[in-house]
Design a protein around this ligand. Structure first.
Ligand code: HBI
Ligand code: FE
Length: 299
């Protein structure tokens, strides 16, 4: 169930069919040429339809930082963004740039980019038959989901801190613990704003179904974020989450993650991992999930 990244160098025809950048020439840092002119009208149109579908879902669900940045970055339903032009809007705001890659890059390469305020974004757009869901990060997930949050100064610092923490965790063999923080915040995080729950996780904000499920369905647990609790918790990579964690604000999240994790990792050694739906007495529950969605699937 844990996320494993398999960077496969051998090209298969199905991979080429899905991602025409799969075999693209790449620099040592895995960046490629986005070759923006090469997107077909169908691919631009697919972006527009993905974009407009999400626009209907966002009001009252996406956090305020995300909504604000959509405008600042001029994200719109007018074709696939050119990452250079997008970076020229983003860089003056928080110093981040977006760089094109073919797909998943090795962990050390990923962390080196983040530690230097570069966000690697997949250049390909999902094929039509995977319009609703695909596991790989495509340009809609990476640009629409992740990039708006990089325009928030505190969140921008948090992602860079994650990159640096990732480099340290790799050296200590502790990446599985740290990756769960990324998963349950950057990808699937909720935040409390003016007493309501809002979404900031990119994995949710690139999916209309999960954007409703995570906030409105009775199935999933919603629990207040606690760093060590999250670091013990396994996650599901190919379905909705059984538990969503809710942060209070980005400043606290940054402070929580902007420190030496040596002591934290030592504490975790004596603790067992938790499965995605487990609850523990220390949890601050906002909603106790019925897990009906998953129970119905089993039946
Ligand atoms: N590469 N392009 C890309 N995008 C990711 O989100 C990504 C990656 N490589 C590694 C990785 N994520 C994760 O394994 C780490 O966050 C743990
Ligand atoms: Fe992502």
């Amino acid at each position: 169930m844990e996320q494993t990244i398999d960077i496969n160098d051998s090209v298969t025809s199905s991979e080429m069919e899905k991602n025409r950048y799969f075999n693209a020439q790449r620099a040592p840092d895995y960046t490629i040429d986005q070759d923006w002119k090469s997107y077909s009208p169908e691919e631009h149109d697919r972006w527009d339809r993905l974009f407009l579908r999400m626009q209907e879902i966002l009001p009252g669900r996406a956090c305020s930082a995300f909504v604000k940045a959509m405008n600042e970055l001029q994200l719109s339903a007018s074709g696939i963004p050119d990452m250079e032009k997008l970076s020229d809007l983003l860089e003056p705001i928080t110093g981040w740039r977006v760089v094109p890659v073919a797909g998943l890059v090795p962990d050390d390469v990923f962390f080196d980019h983040l530690a230097n305020r570069r966000f690697p974004a997949g250049a390909f757009i999902r094929p039509e038959k995977e319009f609703d869901y695909l596991q790989e990060p495509d340009i809609f997930h990476d640009i629409f989901g992740h990039v708006p949050m990089l325009a928030d100064p505190t969140f921008a610092d948090f992602i860079q801190a994650y990159g640096k923490g990732g480099q340290a965790a790799l050296e200590r063999g502790q990446l599985h613990n740290l990756a769960r923080i990324y998963w349950y915040t950057v990808e699937f995080g909720l935040i409390e704003e003016d007493g309501d729950l809002r979404i900031f996780g990119a994995g949710i904000l690139s999916s209309p179904q999960e954007s409703k499920f995570c906030l409105e369905d009775h199935s999933p647990n919603r629990i207040r974020f606690d760093r060590e609790r999250v670091m013990r918790t396994n996650y599901i990579i190919d379905d909705f989450q059984k538990t969503y964690f809710v942060i209070s604000d980005f400043e606290t999240l940054l402070k929580d993650c902007y420190e030496d994790f040596t002591g934290v990792y030592e504490k975790l050694v004596g603790l067992t991992d938790l499965s995605p739906s487990d609850l523990i007495p220390e949890d601050h529950l906002i909603h106790r999930g019925t897990q009906k969605y998953f129970l119905d699937k089993q039946a």
